[in-house]
Write a protein that binds this ligand. Structure first.
Ligand SMILES: C[S@@+](CC[C@H](N)C(=O)[O-])C[C@H]1O[C@@H](n2cnc3c(N)ncnc32)[C@H](O)[C@@H]1O
Length: 190
């Protein structure tokens, strides 16, 4: 599983469209903190970034990457995103998922379809009107293709009056490439 630079850039651009300084946002898979750092850069000053990961080494790497931040609230938690509903995040303007395993660590410790979909349920319940969630899903590691399939099924079940989703991959993207799901909540239900 490789981090895909162009799709990552695209995910950041799509999230940038909907967030502003002062917003509250979530990185549901903190990893080495690239997406967390991006979110901090966009919601400061005055915003809040929640970031979750099940591995302590991910939290430590992210803490190192961020350094000291004084103008933004940053809540790094070593916990599964499937437990998001236990956190008092309040409404979210945006959320990012970058599925799979932590680069440079045990490849057997990956996100899983059931817990990913539980976390997506919690994000759906917290996302503000006009908010957006991106999900980068990798298909090259064991279980990855099934997880991408279940994320697609989860998206298809969203009520279309209030939700819009699409795959942001450029045309001609090979089957084996990562998939970038973009899930947006309407400003108002149609
Ligand atoms: C591809 S990495 C994330 C990369 C990260 N977004 C970045 O910018 O560096 C996927 C991460 O998901 C984490 N993960 C796996 N299961 C999880 C769960 N249930 N809840 C939260 N994080 C989980 C892994 O430990 C791994 O660090």
């Amino acid at each position: 599983m490789r981090r895909s630079p162009s799709l990552t850039t695209l995910a950041h651009a799509l999230i940038t469209e909907v967030i502003a300084p002062g917003d509250t946002v979530l990185d549901a898979t903190m990893g080495n903190g690239h997406d967390t750092a991006f979110l901090v850069s966009r919601v400061r000053p005055g915003g809040t970034v929640w970031a979750l990961d099940i591995q302590a080494q991910a939290v430590a790497a992210t803490r190192r990457r961020l350094g000291l931040i004084h103008d933004c609230r940053v809540e790094l938690r070593c916990m599964g995103h499937e437990n998001l509903s236990t956190l008092d995040t309040g409404p979210l303007r945006a959320a990012m998922f970058n599925l799979g395993y932590l680069p440079g660590a045990d490849h057997g410790t990956t996100t899983r379809p059931a817990t990913t979909c539980t976390a997506l349920d919690a994000v759906r319940d917290r996302l503000l009107p006009g908010g957006r969630c991106t999900v980068m899903a990798y298909t090259g590691h064991p279980g990855g293709a099934e997880e991408a399939r279940q994320v697609a099924a989860w998206c298809q079940a969203l009520p279309s009056a209030e939700w819009d989703w699409r795959l942001a991959n450029p045309p001609g993207t090979p089957e084996t490439a990562p998939r970038l799901f973009v899930i947006s909540r309407a400003e108002r239900a149609a």
